[in-house]
Structures are given as C-alpha cells and as structure tokens.
Design a protein around this ligand. Sequence first.
Ligand code: SF4
Ligand code: SF4
Length: 212
Amino acid sequence: MIITKQKSLEDLFQLVGQGPVFIIGCSECATMCQTGGEPQVLAMKTLLEKHDISVSGWKVLEPACHRLNTKRLLKDSKESLEQTKTVLVLACGNGVQTLAGLYEQLNVIPGTDTLFLGEIHRANKFEKRCSMCGECLLDIFGGVCPITRCPKSMLNGPCGGVHQGKCEVDNTIECIWVRSIALLQQKNKLSLLDSIQPAKNWSKALEMNRCI
Ligand code: SF4
Ligand code: SF4
C-alpha cells in the first residue's frame, strides 16, 4: 500500500488559494490511510467552505491512479470542473499526476504527502517495507528487506552499531539484520549469506513504462 499523510492546514490553504476548488479522493490506499476517503473529502469540503473557499464539487475515484476509470468517473462532473480553478487531490503522488495529466488547464495540487510503500499494522499505523528496487532479494534475507528497513541499507550484514538487537540510527526499531539472521537460522538457510552481495544495481528500478 502507498502510505500518505495529509499536508498541514497551513500548507493546504496556501496551495488552494481562493477557489473554487474541486476535491478528489481515492477509494484505495488513501482511503485506507484515512487521508483521501469519502469522510476526509467531505471534511475537507466543510473546512474549505468554513473559510469562505467555494467548493464546486467532489468525487472519490476508484482509484485515482487509473487514468481510464478516472476519465469515465469524472464525465458527470464536467460542469463542476468547468467552474473550477483548482483541483485538490487527496491521493498519492501518482493520483495527483493522473489528474494533472487529464486537466492540464487546471491548477492540480496535492493535498497529501506520499511517504512510502508499507504494511498496515492496524488503523493509522503503517511501516515501510519496500523501496521498489526493481530486483527483489527477499529470498536471500529470509523475507525481510534490509535495503528498506535498515537506515543504512546494509547489504552484507549489520553495521557495527547494533546494540541489544536495536538499530543505532533509531533505537525504537529493531536492527533488521538481527531479524534476518534469526529467520535464516530458523529455516536452516544461513549459508545464503555466505556470498557477498554486490552494490545494489539501482538501474533495475529505472524502468519507466510497462505493458503486460
Ligand atoms: S529487495 Fe527490493 S523489491 Fe524486494 S522488498 Fe526490498 S526494496 Fe522491495
Ligand atoms: S544497526 Fe542494523 S538496522 Fe541499524 S543501521 Fe546498523 S545494520 Fe542497519
């Protein structure tokens, strides 16, 4: 899931200006993060109107990053969009770009900051899990990703700073290398760590287009 957080109200008011504003939400990740579901879109509408900023309409897309579906779902909002100066998107950066691509003449602004690809632990608690490196190595590390979950992205064992199982950069998190080694030991696969991993080839993450 793509994890987002709402921008501060101060930033939002500055970005939105005077309106009229059309508000977009997203039925998927932003709904799960409670940053762009229907309740947040309606709360934003009330907030803007309270500050005398007119809202010409709103829609929760399914999802905002689906270009064709977005075009289809916004057909019945044509009139409202014509009266709009600004489209405030409560979705991830991908959703914002989809809208910006479809409505080049409008001021399309992000209402959230996109943080990371993460796992949901419970309502409003998310943890970063994957940096989308383009060549997944989870099999070697016992199913946990040091590229993402070690602040130094150590690829060949822990740094010298691990202390009582905790990370020296942030002692509220476990050293993911301690977990990785324990998991591999449990599976009798510690020998997977015998070979030295070469420096990460980030060119694999550079693919810009894909059709399947
Ligand atoms: S190895 Fe790469 S693709 Fe796999 S979880 Fe880590 S960052 Fe993501
Ligand atoms: S203590 Fe562990 S998780 Fe923290 S930076 Fe060093 S190797 Fe990475």
